[in-house]
Design a protein around this ligand. Structure first.
Ligand code: SF4
Ligand code: SF4
Length: 288
């Protein structure tokens, strides 16, 4: 039995947008960035059990017991009122999963799956659990053909990547900005580790795709796009580059006043990157 535990915000039993094929996705709670543009801001922090959300729950699914907020999933209506009122972008509905819990879930859905993806929040903030889970999947005779992917913001040091890559098949990595000061504004952190992670993962043959969020007047300027182009070209013009478009869905706070990214502008940028030589630029299929 493996005793590693993860704090999980949500489980998707099937997803076709979180890596190759059909995947079971674990969204792990907690992030080391604080992006105003985040469309899942309730995954950023861990609950401090202040209790502010308890009275807002219309079904009584939240109770305070011995200083801890407890969530009863059986009577939760998923109205998300608790997420709206939380002052620190946390989530009282998290669940603790052991490696064995996840393996049982994966086994149940195995006939329909190509693999498993850990996302977030920032998945790598729970790296020990990821290593334990992926190691267990690779060692299991009935599961070892499933691929194990990580969706990451890249803020993980080189040595830590080295500890998880032997059991990882691929990583989807976000680059929020190339200009360092802009990256700090958009995430609260510098981008040196992110860029180093992208290079390290590429060298290791584990960089499945790079993702870049286009935000009007912030990350869609000529200088940023030039650096994006040069960065991908230096790695490999065939590398998959997924352009995402900033929208208001799920966003909280000041970023709701930022303009949203229009399809025509995303397509124009994609065409320009392709015309300059990038061969695998992917644009969003929906804009919400
Ligand atoms: S989820 Fe937020 S509001 Fe609710 S108890 Fe935790 S920190 Fe407080
Ligand atoms: S989503 Fe939150 S507020 Fe709504 S019923 Fe569930 S626990 Fe209560």
């Amino acid at each position: 039995m493996n005793l590693a535990l993860a704090t999980v915000s949500k489980v998707l039993k099937f997803s076709c947008v979180d890596g190759p094929g059909n995947r079971l996705v674990l969204f792990l709670q907690g992030c080391n960035f604080a992006c105003p543009s985040c469309h899942n801001p309730h995954t950023i922090n861990l609950c401090n059990h202040c209790g502010d959300c308890v009275p807002t729950c219309p079904t009584g699914a939240l109770t305070m017991v011995e200083g801890k907020v407890l969530h009863d999933a059986s009577i939760c209506s998923q109205c998300d009122k608790c997420l709206d009122v939380c002052p620190i972008n946390a989530n009282p509905k998290v669940t603790q999963y052991s490696v064995d819990d996840v393996l049982a879930l994966v086994r149940k859905n195995k006939p329909f799956l190509n693999g498993i993806t850990v996302s977030g929040g920032e998945a790598t903030t729970q790296l020990k659990f990821i290593i334990a889970l992926f190691t267990a999947i690779k060692a299991d005779k009935t599961l070892h053909d499933l691929t194990c992917f990580i969706d990451s913001n890249g803020h993980l040091p080189e040595a830590a990547w080295k500890s998880v890559l032997p059991v990882t098949d691929g990583v989807m990595l976000d680059i929020k900005a190339f200009d360092r000061a802009l990256h700090v504004k958009l995430t609260g952190r510098s981008n040196e580790r992110v860029l180093a992670s992208a290079r390290q993962l590429f060298e290791a043959g584990k960089l499945h795709e790079l993702r870049y969020l286009l935000i009007p007047e912030r990350t869609d300027g000529q200088q940023e796009l030039k650096q994006l182009f040069e960065f991908v070209r230096e790695l490999d013009v065939d590398l998959k580059l997924r352009l995402n478009a900033f929208q208001h869905h799920g966003v909280k706070g000041g970023a709701l006043k930022w303009p949203t990214m229009k399809k025509a502008d995303v397509e124009r940028i994609a065409q320009d990157l392709k015309a300059r030589g990038l061969k695998n630029v992917v644009t969003p299929s929906v804009y919400i």
